[in-house]
Design a protein around this ligand. Structure first.
Ligand code: NAP
Length: 352
């Protein structure tokens, strides 16, 4: 798939954390980015995108659209060669998971892809899925062939009541594969990032990624962290994976985009050398019984089932497709963590 610099590309959710670096990558390439956003008049949300556009050869154009409004992406998509569908809520603190997570993810994907069907210029859709569409809890690894998550695996353990965000991502990706199979004019490539870290284009991001790092520096987790193992990937590497998935002709299927098989305590330990003297970086690993006892009290979105199925469990994913087929070279974990933490320090978010 060659890059045609005369044809625009569309990015849904351009105001988001993951999309920010992708928009920058596209603008740096000289492309025109069509950015449908919920509120194109909200100058504060567009400030950082405008800044990167001002320093890049490409151009950005805003449109008004909402995942829950069928047809609302039509104007932004017209004439585009490529659609990057990143928009989907990533939050844990929801009251109504059906309305706040599942519907925007699943119905939103349907709305965007139905518009792709009606837009002849689009050749490929790159969907921001997630490792959450591959697994729901670390315990799922027990039933996974060879004890490693691969692109062959689908999340079957999440539901509206248990890990609803992961459920929303699973339903959304399944919806996308169902729709693409009905035709052969455009194809679909899914990027499945693990937990994304690293500095945001917008330093005040609302993605759940920011909450976890915030707790490592603001004292909330100074007593210690549970031994939850997970995959981690730098936001800049995720952007590059999206870019290459779009413009590598042979790219196909799903790509686990995950740099490191890691854990919460290991994430915190990468910060100790540089920030350990001045900030309350967690140093202890909490015993599972203690997490089981106080976890749900300390954080209402945490359940005992989540703790039982995720604490002190192994986690391992195979990132070889992304390395071999997209050529992604993942940056060191300590670089992503320290760059991310430094952004909070510079924004004055942590008291010393
Ligand atoms: P984010 O910063 O909260 O971005 C979410 C984006 O979705 C925002 O641009 C938001 O727009 C948009 N959005 C939400 N509801 C919408 C609606 N009803 N209509 C139109 N746009 C809507 O979160 P993120 O972490 O960057 O997540 C972006 C994508 O990456 C999601 O698909 C997420 O599942 C995926 N992902 C994230 C991670 C991670 O660790 N962060 C890992 C794997 C996959 P507003 O600015 O208007 O709110």
């Amino acid at each position: 798939m060659n890059i045609d610099k005369n044809l625009p590309v569309m990015v849904t959710g351009a105001t988001g954390y993951v999309a920010g670096w992708l928009v920058k990558r596209l603008l740096d390439e000289g492309l025109t980015v069509h950015a449908p956003v919920r509120n194109p008049d909200d100058a504060s949300k567009l400030k950082y995108l405008n800044e990167i556009a001002a320093n890049a050869p490409g151009k950005i154009r805003y449109f008004k659209a909402d995942l829950m409004q069928p047809g609302s992406y039509q104007e932004a998509m017209a004439g585009c060669q490529m659609v990057f569908h990143t928009a989907s809520p990533f939050r844990m603190d929801v009251k109504d998971a059906q309305k706040e997570l599942i519907e925007p993810a699943q119905i939103g994907t349907r709305n965007v892809l139905e518009t792709v069907d009606r837009t002849p210029s689009v050749k490929r859709v790159v969907l921001t899925s997630s490792c959450a569409a591959i697994y729901g809890d670390s315990a799922d690894l027990d039933n996974t062939p060879n004890g490693i998550f691969t692109e062959e695996i689908w999340n079957t353990s999440s539901s509206l009541k248990h890990q609803p965000y992961s459920y929303s991502k699973t339903l959304a990706e399944q919806e996308a594969w169902k729709i693409v199979k009905k035709q052969n004019r455009w194809d679909l490539v899914a990027i499945n990032p693990s937990f994304v870290i690293g500095p945001g284009i917008n330093p005040d991001g609302t993605s759940e990624s920011f909450n976890i790092i915030r707790r490592m520096g603001d004292g909330t987790a100074k007593g210690g962290l549970p031994n939850i193992r997970l995959g981690l990937v730098d936001v800049r590497d995720v952007a590059e994976a999206h870019f290459r998935a779009a413009f590598t002709a042979q790219a196909n299927g799903r790509y686990i985009t995950s740099g490191h098989n890691s854990s919460f305590p290991e994430m915190a330990s990468t910060l100790l050398d540089r920030y350990g003297r001045d900030y309350p970086i967690p140093r202890r690993t909490l015993p599972k019984w203690l997490v089981w006892l106080v976890g749900p009290i300390a954080d209402k979105s945490v359940t005992r089932k989540m703790i039982a199925r995720n604490v002190d469990r192994p986690w391992k994913a195979d990132n070889s497709r992304s390395r071999n087929e997209l050529g992604i070279r993942y940056r060191p974990l300590a670089d992503s963590m320290n760059d991310f933490f430094q952004q909070f320090v510079e924004a004055g978010q942590f008291a010393k």
